[in-house]
Design a protein. Structure first.
Length: 131
């Protein structure tokens, strides 16, 4: 929710983009890596447990709604593309964050800075309006 408040205070598209980059940078932190590992474990277990899969689907919808609220001010200001459904953007974004998981097993095998640059570029190019 602090990111939602920060997004509402952005006055330029550059501030909006910087805020998203800050969020993405936090995905490199140890606690984010641990959350991602737990999330991937739960997702794997949900494949054979329908009740868990249903609960996970409900949580994904809650996340999508929160993320949509986070992005809505940026859409209204014309900084985020308005031709995408924000809930769809949210679940795609979650997928991008989770896609870091293979690198989390042994980070020393990968150029973390290069991956972060690619990660930010892909995400921002997908839905940020650039002049």
């Amino acid at each position: 929710l602090c990111f939602e408040a920060a997004m509402a205070k952005c006055t330029t598209s550059a501030e909006c983009e910087s805020l998203i980059e800050l969020y993405l940078g936090l995905q490199r932190e140890p606690d984010a890596i641990e959350r991602r590992r737990i999330r991937m474990t739960v997702m794997g277990r949900a494949q054979s447990r329908p009740q868990l899969a249903e609960k996970l689907a409900e949580m994904n919808l809650q996340y999508a709604d929160l993320f949509s609220q986070f992005l809505q001010p940026a859409v209204e200001k014309g900084w985020v593309k308005s031709d995408f459904d924000l809930r769809t953007v949210a679940i795609w974004f979650m997928g991008m964050v989770n896609n870091r998981a293979p690198m989390d097993f042994r980070p020393s095998d990968w150029d973390q800075d290069e991956m972060h640059r690619l990660y930010c570029s892909t995400i921002l190019d997908a839905f940020i309006v650039r002049s």
